[in-house]
Design a protein around this ligand. Structure first.
Ligand code: IVH
Length: 674
């Protein structure tokens, strides 16, 4: 079909809209100083989307509508940087900054009056290199090993602070700029809150969150992560560069790139030190995380004569802030019981603000850790945040002890159910031995129903606790047998809330297999491993029948996981709960159709081996189950058919030995009428 002719007026209007939008994006994201309201911006944006969808020929790579990008990719390709991206040497105290300046002066053979420095806040994010050709953003890469990084162009396009076109009339033919992509505090908190609600582990810090967001295979995910970026260097340019770092910063600003705030040009190293110490105190007031200050020699001529070692430039250094520590008092030491029965001592603290949030608890992890730290009730302690998020006791201030402090001992009875606790030899974890322990059951059910697992809306702490206490449920399968009267007993439950919960339970009968697997709480099977397992084992029966060797063949499954899976399905109680769920109509396979009755394969058991040219394992299993058959993992006398593909395994031998019918793909197609 011939391309629709584009009227000149449409072309001109699109160009104008694009230019306007790019300017407003720059005002908003690079300068934080918008000149139009969000609504006005939206209306310009919508007009452009509309125009481009009528005339797709108008779409250009720098159009702001291209920010929500192309479909996910399978992996990143490698990109070689034009100029090696160096990293920085660190200084952790005043003395090391002065030593740096000493090296600079000696290296240049000049006196202190001849060298100026530029101090920039060191954003805690991910270094990126952006390439612009004739002003258009064409490529973006991570730092990688400094020489070769990963091509993350599609993801960077979704970051609003990355201009798709430089704002100058005559841009360099080719320029590579260096910057740092980071996640502002507010976006970080929002993202982690959301992850916690969904039962997904939160990111440890904004840096990891930024890295995880940039390395998404699906740019649409990156685009929702509210990333930002600052730039601070020119890696390569076909145009002459300015002669100082200070001018580079204003040059980058003129190109329309976002700069880090609060940079300063200082005449002496003493002033640079002062700058570092000031920001060490004031870092908390920023709405993004910095992990230090970068001090650079201002003159690029001097930079060039100083040169670099194989890793670091000799003309710059990163002053790293020490992690923030505060003192507070220990009010109590409590012991929690988790879903696996693990007893965890938790220190209750007098609330104290550390690195941007109020800390009230710190875990001691296990008995050994508690003994090593010897934290006592009534102690004064020093706390910090590991990885800047998880509160941790650094040490006890023993000098402050009065003798009235109460030492902690791991209890020998479960603090919840009173059962004996046990610490296996060679293990660090102390566990409650009662599988029916209220706390364990509670945590297991809560996990099963959580957003990341079976996602049963309304099955939160209060509901689960009430149902458990009333005896309406005793394990995860009981959820699927709940009756309205079980719920009406809970204070505050009315017609509507009861109907909502029962509706949510009903919907959960049809969740994907991996969610069910993850929800079961098999040790070492997190949501990722659950997905990995559901691929080669697309039904509960297949996974339950799998031996350790078979499991170990799966990419991403190690001995710990394999052992734990086999152990789990080997326990009668677990199989009882699974069968109870099966009877309640819970889907036990990776595919959607539930077992039909009266199908052509009703009651027949299949085992698959080898690769079928025409179907994936999942598709073949889907067809069999849809026709009433069942797919299992290993051949036995009870197997009706072994479906054989190319390169079959030992299952074929076994089938022959047992006299089980062997069918190939063509025969299978006939059987299923395709
Ligand atoms: S200059 C050749 N300036 O810190 C010099 N780096 O530890 C390259 N960073 O890889 C770095 N803010 O990711 C420089 N204002 C800043 C920075 C900065 C953050 C990061 C950058 C670099 C790392 C070095």
């Amino acid at each position: 079909m011939a391309e629709k002719r584009i009227p000149e007026s449409a072309r001109a209007r699109a160009a104008e809209l694009r230019k306007n939008l790019n300017y407003h994006i720059y005002r908003y994201y690079s300068l934080d100083d918008p000149v139009v309201s969000d609504a006005e911006y939206d209306s310009i944006y919508r007009e452009l989307v509309d125009l481009e969808s009528r005339y797709p020929g108008l779409i250009e790579p720098d159009s702001p509508t291209r920010r929500v990008g192309p479909p996910p990719v399978a992996g990143f390709t490698q990109l070689r940087h034009r100029e090696k991206m160096l990293s920085l040497d660190n200084a952790t105290c005043e003395g090391e900054l002065e030593a740096f300046s000493g090296r600079v002066l000696r290296g240049l053979g000049v006196g202190p009056a001849d060298v100026e420095f530029v101090c920039e806040l060191k954003m805690d994010g991910i270094a990126v290199a952006l390439t612009y050709e004739d002003g258009v953003f064409i490529r973006g890469a991570t730092r990688g090993d400094g020489e070769v990084g990963e091509d993350i162009t599609s993801n960077l396009r979704t970051v609003p602070a990355v201009p798709l076109r430089l704002l100058v009339e005559s841009p360099p033919r080719l320029i590579e700029v260096v910057g740092e992509v980071f996640m502002p505090e507010e976006s970080f908190r929002g993202l982690n809150d959301e992850r916690l609600r969904q039962g997904i582990p939160p990111f440890a810090n904004p840096r990891n969150a930024a890295a995880g967001s940039l390395r998404q295979l699906d740019p649409a995910v990156t685009s929702r992560r509210n990333l930002s970026m600052v730039t601070f260097a020119v890696g390569f340019s076909t145009d002459p560069r300015p002669s100082t770092q200070w001018e580079i910063l204003s040059y980058l600003g003129e190109l329309g790139l976002r700069l880090g705030r609060n940079a300063a040009k200082v005449p002496t190293i003493e002033e640079a030190v002062r700058f570092c110490l000031e920001w060490q105190e004031e870092r908390e007031d920023l709405d993004y995380e910095i992990d230090g200050v970068v001090v650079k020699v201002n003159s690029l001529g001097q930079q060039d004569s100083l040169g670099a070692t194989s890793k670091n430039p000799r003309w710059a250094i990163a002053y790293k802030f020490p992690p923030e520590e505060k003192t507070t008092s220990v009010l109590d030491i409590q012991v929690g019981v988790g879903r696996t029965g693990a007893l965890t001592p938790v220190v209750v603290l007098e609330p104290v603000r550390v690195a941007g949030s109020t800390v009230t608890h710190a875990t001691l992890h296990n008995e050994d850790e508690a003994r090593r730290k010897d934290v006592r009730i009534g102690d004064r302690v020093l706390v910090h945040k590991a990885g800047d998020v998880i509160p941790e006791i650094v040490k006890v201030i023993t000098e402050a002890r009065t003798g009235k402090e109460k030492p902690f001992h791991m209890p020998d009875k479960c603090p919840v159910c009173g059962a004996q606790v046990l610490r296996e030899p060679g293990e660090v974890v102390t566990r409650c031995t009662n599988i029916a322990c209220w706390a364990q059951t509670f945590e297991r059910i809560l996990h099963f129903a959580s957003r990341g697992a079976m996602d049963i809306d309304g099955m939160g702490e209060v509901t689960v606790s009430e149902l458990l206490t009333r005896g309406s449920i005793g394990d995860v399968a009981d959820i699927f047998y709940l009756k309205p009267r079980d719920l009406f007993g809970i204070p505050g439950f009315k017609e509507k809330s009861v109907a909502n919960i029962l509706g949510a339970v009903d919907a959960a009968r049809d969740r994907p297999l991996w969610r069910l697997l993850f929800g079961l709480g098999i040790r070492h099977v997190g949501s990722h491993v659950a997905r990995v397992l559901a691929g080669p084992f697309p039904s509960m029966d297949m996974l339950a029948a799998a031996g350790e060797d078979e499991l170990l063949e799966v990419d991403g499954v190690g001995p710990q996981i394999a052992e734990s899976v086999v152990l789990f399905f080997g326990q009668k109680e677990n199989m009882r709960v699974i069968e109870k769920m099966r009877r309640a109509g819970v889907r036990m396979a990776a595919y959607r159709e539930r077992r039909a009755s009266g199908g052509a394969l009703e009651g027949k058991t299949f085992v698959l081996t080898g690769t079928l040219p025409g179907y994936t394992r999942e598709e073949a299993s889907e067809i069999i189950e849809a026709l009433g058959g069942r797919v299992t993992g290993s051949v036995s006398k009870k197997t009706d058919y072994v479906l054989v593909g190319d390169d079959p395994g030992s299952k074929l031998e076994k089938a022959r030995g047992l006299g089980v019918s062997i069918v190939d793909e063509n025969e299978f197609k006939r059987m299923v009428g395709r």
